[in-house]
Ligand binder design. Structure first.
Ligand code: GYE
Length: 309
């Protein structure tokens, strides 16, 4: 057939080709997310072209441009940061290649640049973390000085989950004037980043009651720093994280983390379903939300054995 027919998923083998530009491999969440996408593509007979941008926006843009050149049927990606996507998304639109955002949002005002955004509501996740702290404020004042001093380990600067998890949390803790975020810095969603930032926080402040980490990995890094400083994570310093990957859930069940807000990485099935529909020209929902909950240590113990990731 001509090149037009070839670009519409109607190639000779009838297979849909998807170009997927992943953020990187920064966390347990990301590893599970990648696995879910690759396994589902395989199971659904979708030809997946996959790139890992190693946390760099310019690498993602380059990958998307190469998918456009290769005339894939659909492009999906998880934008490392929110801003700066309009130009490359215009190029995809001009080439008639539908784009699906997964996991993270972009801040483009022109929503015709993508067909759908599949992922969590990160503001709600931050709110759930904040609600827990407000409910457990008295208990979280570990040094009993009447104040709940919180240090925040932020995700990647400019990333939707970092911006939104900070926002939702701040909104909820505003209800209790004893709770205050005394320091906040990025740990880039990595274990090592969380450990290093926590080490410096501990050196400059011995009144820290609570760590709020934007993901499990940074919380796990903070645990290492807290233990190295001779303190007990979960007791001397309470820890709240987001994700609920296996390593996080294990620490939660051991009482080293006190509360985890779930963020589901298993987006593969919903993503492939959306991809088939947009390639077929079907209308899809502009926003597809994933369902998730929260875990206490007791709940973590119950589900840990069956945790897939
Ligand atoms: O929470 C974090 C990962 O975008 C939801 O990215 C994702 C976040 C996740 O690095 O662990």
């Amino acid at each position: 057939g001509d090149s037009d027919a070839d670009s519409k998923g109607g190639d000779s083998d009838g297979k849909i080709t998807m170009g997927f530009a992943q953020v990187g491999a920064e966390s347990g969440w990301r590893t599970a997310n990648t696995k879910s996408i690759q396994e589902t593509a395989e199971a659904e007979g979708i030809d997946l072209k996959f790139t890992d941008a190693q946390g760099k926006q310019e690498n993602q843009i380059q990958a998307i441009r190469s998918y456009i050149q290769q005339k894939v049927d659909v492009i999906a990606f998880s934008p490392v940061v929110e801003t700066g996507w309009d130009a490359v998304l215009q190029e995809a639109k001009a080439a008639n290649i539908p784009v699906i955002l997964t996991d993270r949002a972009v801040d483009s005002e022109d929503t015709s640049l993508y067909k759908s955004f599949l992922g969590s509501d990160f503001v709600v996740e931050g709110e759930r973390a904040g609600d827990w702290l407000v409910e457990n404020a008295a208990d979280s004042d570990t040094n009993g000085d009447g104040k709940v001093n919180v240090v925040q380990l932020e995700g990647t600067t400019g990333a939707a989950p970092a911006i939104d998890r900070a926002e939702g949390f701040a909104e909820k803790i505003a209800a209790d004037p004893t709770i205050e975020v005394t320091a906040s810095q990025t740990g880039d969603f990595t274990r090592d980043g969380g450990k290093q930032v926590m080490e410096s926080f501990l050196q400059s402040d011995d009144t820290i009651d609570v760590v709020y980490a934007h993901n499990d990995d940074m919380g796990l890094g903070a645990i290492e720093a807290i233990e190295a400083a001779g303190k007990k994570p979960g007791e001397d310093i309470k820890i709240i994280t987001v994700d609920a990957v296996k390593d996080g859930m294990t620490a939660l069940s051991e009482g080293k983390i006190n509360f985890i807000v779930e963020c589901n990485p298993l987006l593969g099935p919903q993503l492939m379903d959306l991809a088939k529909k947009v390639v077929d020209g079907e209308e899809v929902e502009a926003r597809v939300l994933t369902e998730e909950g929260t875990f206490t240590p007791e709940q973590a113990k119950e589900v840990l054995a069956d945790r897939q990731y």
